[in-house]
Design a protein around this ligand. Structure first.
Ligand SMILES: Nc1ncnc2c1ncn2[C@@H]1O[C@H](COP(=O)(O)OP(=O)(O)O)[C@@H](O)[C@H]1O
Ligand SMILES: [Mg+2]
Length: 329
């Protein structure tokens, strides 16, 4: 593979450890980004500790990508401030770049090259020393051994391509890994395997900022950030988000079917958090236990068993979105 000598001679991207003991890896305050008259990130303040696996959630266009990129000095904020391993995210952005591994939403690999050649190419770009050793380490760490390293990338499944893109992003041993919806469209088994690796990476001390739409992935994060219309509405451990919620969910079996007209009205009633038919029963998410009883009555059909069930993260985000929509009208 043709790689210029200049790239070969470039020194390894040094990773200066400027972090004082106890200092957070990233700390930002009141980060705001406007495009024209539109505020896409509004006064975002966050602290990210080393080794943290942070899941970013929120509807499309909420500002997740912009927020993550600003925190790492890749996009200058309109206002606000922050530090990344002690470096100012605006004035010292160039110092931050070598400390980052970034897998964009539309990552690109050389599909006509092998796995090993792709890794070699990325390692040379980063000017990594002892390239052979590093490639072998990456092949082991990301389970490309047993001949897969010699496979042409175009012939790999989506999940394995994803894994290779991650290996490339990790080639220079970054301190922070940015992953923008890395598992969108990947099958559940491959997503699970991908998150096993992310958890290992975080456990090794690398902070991982990952945006996702999948709730099972959110549950596997150490902390989740829920961003809605540019505002950070939740910043907590997933278990805490669930524990702090007042929502109540129930599965309601009915002896007769509810009329389609009533079903439609209930589904659109904003006083009810969620309402959906599941086979012969309904799933109701309400704001209190007495609320559940009221809604069961309003179904207008004789109810059978009413069984309490767990509230999920999605229910909570649904509720927050609903509240935001109601208050902004
Ligand atoms: N360079 C840009 N110029 C103008 N608008 C932008 C730019 N980048 C992002 N936006 C807008 O900012 C909003 C937030 O985008 P983004 O951060 O990509 O959200 P998310 O990642 O949550 O989908 C969107 O409305 C998007 O169109
Ligand atoms: Mg995005």
């Amino acid at each position: 593979m043709a790689v210029s000598m200049a790239a070969r001679r470039r020194p390894a991207a040094a990773a200066p450890d400027t972090l004082a003991p106890g200092e957070p890896l990233i700390q930002v305050r009141d980060l705001t980004k406007t495009f024209g008259t539109k505020t896409v990130v509004d006064k975002l303040s966050m602290t990210i500790e080393p080794g943290m696996l942070y899941g970013f959630l929120g509807p499309n266009g909420s500002g997740k990508t912009t927020a993550i990129r600003m925190m790492c000095g890749l996009v200058p904020p309109t206002s606000g401030e922050g530090r990344f391993m002690g470096y100012d995210i605006v004035r010292q952005a160039a110092r931050i770049k070598p400390l980052l591994g970034y897998m964009t939403q539309h990552f690109s690999l050389y599909t006509d090259l092998t796995v090993r050649e792709n890794l070699e190419f990325t390692c040379r770009l980063y000017g990594i020393r002892n390239i052979r050793q590093r490639i072998d380490e990456l092949i082991q760490q990301f389970a490309f051994a047993d001949g897969r390293d010699r496979q042409i990338v175009g012939t790999l499944s989506g999940g394995w391509k994803q894994r290779l893109a991650l290996a490339c992003a990790m080639s220079h041993k970054p301190r922070v890994l940015l992953l923008d919806e890395p598992t969108a469209g990947v099958d559940p088994k491959a997503r699970e395997a991908f998150w096993d690796i992310l958890q290992d990476i975080a456990a090794s001390g690398v902070s991982v900022l990952v945006s996702t739409h999948y709730m099972d992935e959110a549950m596997r994060s150490n902390r989740i950030a829920y961003v809605l219309y540019g505002r950070l509405l939740v910043d907590d451990a997933p278990e805490q988000v669930l524990a702090k919620s007042d929502l109540v969910a129930a599965q309601v079996e009915l002896k007769e079917r509810v009329s389609p007209e009533r079903e439609r009205r209930l589904a659109h009633d904003e006083r009810l958090v969620r309402f959906s038919r599941q086979g012969n029963s309904y799933r109701i998410v309400a704001r209190s236990p007495s609320d559940v009883a009221g809604w069961v009555q309003r179904l207008g059909a004789p109810a059978g068993e009413v069984r309490p069930i767990d509230v999920g993260l999605e229910d909570i985000f649904f509720h927050l979105t609903l509240q935001q929509q109601i208050t902004s009208f």
